[in-house]
Design a protein around this ligand. Structure first.
Ligand SMILES: [Zn+2]
Length: 337
């Protein structure tokens, strides 16, 4: 079958990938749409660092190492349609539109559907999912929108972790897909003052479309000069930004770090100590939040239409990875196999 795979740092098209065969408890699905995630771009460019750092944090926990000298399957933001159940597997009838936590259960254990030499992800015609994890897509929700369940769940999780109350001011630093998902989730929660900062005019526009009440051009000075947030969401992920927030934030601020910085970084603990700043790092979401995210999309509480800025077939994935480097052009590109 057809798929796009990572080979030598580039996404390449293949039409000779062996057809996946569902085992017990697994379901073969046809991919309808799969979003390209910033973490995929990062893995394509710096896969060796990711593999090395992941090995450090998961030492002793097992898990399958990724061999960058072989093709790597990616794509964890998908919607799909049930095609066929594995042996002795009860599941939804063929044709049912579904999404799922990006995990594949097998006799060997649980494998994340994220970067793998063997487990096929959403940049393919067909893939395997786990019957117990399938979530039917309700309300006739557009399957392209349903593919954003996963990235929007990331925003919901960050907001849940912040425990923000509607009357508190939120400042979101960085309006890439994670920052935008945070903005949308804050708005859906009823937060009355959401401020979003970014250098890119296009991304600030997007933040407004998704619910920000005010935007700040980061090139025009620090947002802290004009905004006194109770909760700061850091969704930039570059060295120095955490320390800058600690220096500028007011006493008692809660800082939620959602940006993924892979380099070492320096902070002055004194800034945080002097102001008793609470720092919470966040990653991904729990299964309940994933379900809540799907429900919010299906019930129209969050409309992701403005986020989808492009659509490509499997042959176009390599070009789409290049195009996503320009924040003025793109937020989320969907791969529709
Ligand atoms: Zn993602």
């Amino acid at each position: 079958m057809r798929a796009a795979v990572l080979r030598d740092g580039r996404m390449v098209y293949r039409d000779d990938v062996p057809e996946p065969v569902p085992g017990p408890g697994q379901v073969l699905v046809g991919v309808k749409a799969c979003g390209i995630c910033g973490s995929d771009l990062h893995f394509a460019a710096h896969g060796d660092e990711v593999v090395e750092m992941t090995a450090q944090v998961s030492a002793g926990a097992g898990g399958m190492a990724v061999d960058l000298n072989s093709d790597v399957f990616m794509g964890h933001e998908f919607s799909a349609e049930v095609l066929e159940a594995g042996p002795d597997t009860d599941t939804h009838p063929p044709g049912t539109p579904v999404t799922s936590l990006p995990l594949l259960l097998s006799a060997g254990g649980v494998e994340p559907i994220v970067y793998s030499n063997s487990t096929i992800g959403g940049y393919a015609e067909r893939m395997l999912l786990s019957a117990p994890l399938l979530m039917p897509i309700p309300n006739g929700l557009d399957l392209k929108h349903a593919a954003l369940t996963e990235p929007m769940a990331v925003g919901l999780h960050a907001v849940n972790k912040s425990n923000i109350q509607p009357g508190e001011t939120a400042l979101v630093l960085g309006c890439g897909p994670i920052g935008i998902a945070i903005v949308a989730s804050l708005r859906a929660r009823g937060v009355e003052n959401i401020v979003a900062a970014d250098f890119s005019p296009k991304r600030r526009e997007l933040a407004t479309a998704m619910g920000a009440h005010q935007t700040v051009d980061a090139a025009q000075g620090s947002p802290f000069d004009t905004v006194k947030p109770a909760v700061v969401f850091e969704a930039v992920g570059v060295p120095g930004i955490i320390d800058d927030v600690l220096r500028r934030a007011r006493p008692g601020t809660r800082l939620v770090v959602a940006g993924v910085c892979m380099q070492p970084d320096t902070v002055h603990p004194f800034f945080a100590i002097a102001k008793e700043i609470n720092v919470q790092f966040v990653l991904a979401y729990n299964p309940e939040e994933f379900g809540d995210s799907l429900r919010a999309l299906a019930e129209g509480e969050i409309d992701v239409t403005p986020l989808i800025t492009g659509e490509v077939g499997l042959e176009g994935v390599g070009q789409a990875f290049d195009d996503l480097a320009d924040p003025e052009r793109h937020c989320k590109i969907l791969v529709t196999p």
